[in-house]
Design a protein around this ligand. Structure first.
Ligand SMILES: [Zn+2]
Length: 261
């Protein structure tokens, strides 16, 4: 989309770092232009009001001046602060994860309105729901679909027969299920229980309003998390730049592992 010298867009702050003496460098995920990088001048001065709404996860209406390399934020009006995300370490971690995952699956200046709306929605889920793992798995499945990696959960990727209600295998390389007869098609396919397949399909196809009341036992949550992270890891490891992120993801997974039941 062609841009004027100054432009405005709603955006969520994905990443931020210090820049120069008093500025911040932000990675924004914008509704109209996808991922963009911008400088918030003077954002680290306490009296900065004009560009004060540049904290992580904040959703604001940004006014920007186009630069050759970096844009400059001239104004930011808060739309949604998601305050609850900053008051609880687990919620903060999950919100960071949502932002980083989206960051890894997108490139700059590539518009994805569907992903923007999803991110705005999932930050609200993480701010409000008790079962953050359920929100995380639902988010992962939706983001994967939007990024072109929707896992095939309804038919075997080798024989194309409909998946029966029994334990199956998941091939990260092929991007979905292999039935027990075809598991040898991918020697690295991992087992997945029938109930996990059922839940994944449910999360993949039902609206959040329906999904959010599900009550899953801890071992099932564990299985779903391991399976989706296995798939996401496979996809991201093809891109070496993502390795640091994956190391952090694993560390955080250990840090915030809830107690076993
Ligand atoms: Zn098969």
């Amino acid at each position: 989309m062609a841009r004027e010298r100054t432009f405005r867009t709603e955006a969520i702050v994905l990443r931020r770092s210090d820049f120069g003496e008093a500025d911040r460098l932000l990675t924004l995920f914008s509704r109209d232009y996808g991922k963009i990088r911008a400088i918030a001048k003077g954002a680290r001065k306490p009296q900065s009001r004009k560009t004060g709404h540049v904290e992580l996860f904040m959703r604001s209406r940004f006014f920007l001046a186009e630069g050759r390399d970096l844009h400059v934020i001239t104004q930011a009006e808060l739309v949604e602060a998601y305050a609850a995300l900053r008051e609880d370490l687990v919620r903060t971690t999950y919100a960071s994860y949502a932002c980083e995952l989206l960051d890894r699956f997108t490139t700059e200046d590539d518009r994805h309105v569907d992903m923007y709306d999803l991110l705005a929605e999932v930050l609200d889920w993480f701010a409000t729901i008790d079962d953050v793992m359920l929100a995380a798995r639902t988010y992962e499945l939706r983001l994967l679909s939007m990024a072109g990696f929707r896992p095939q959960l309804f038919e075997c990727l080798a024989c194309r027969e409909p998946i029966q209600e029994q334990d199956q295998f998941f091939s990260a390389e092929l991007g979905g299920l292999l039935c027990p007869n075809c598991q040898a098609e991918d020697g690295r396919a991992v087992p997945i229980t029938a109930v996990a397949v059922k839940v994944l399909r449910y999360l993949q196809t039902r609206p959040w309003e329906v999904v959010k009341v599900l009550q899953l036992k801890r071992p099932l949550h564990r299985e779903l998390e391991a399976l989706l992270h296995h798939y996401i890891t496979y996809l991201l490891e093809r891109d070496l730049k993502a390795v640091d992120f994956l190391h952090r993801l694993r560390r955080e997974a250990n840090l915030f592992a809830p107690p076993e039941e």
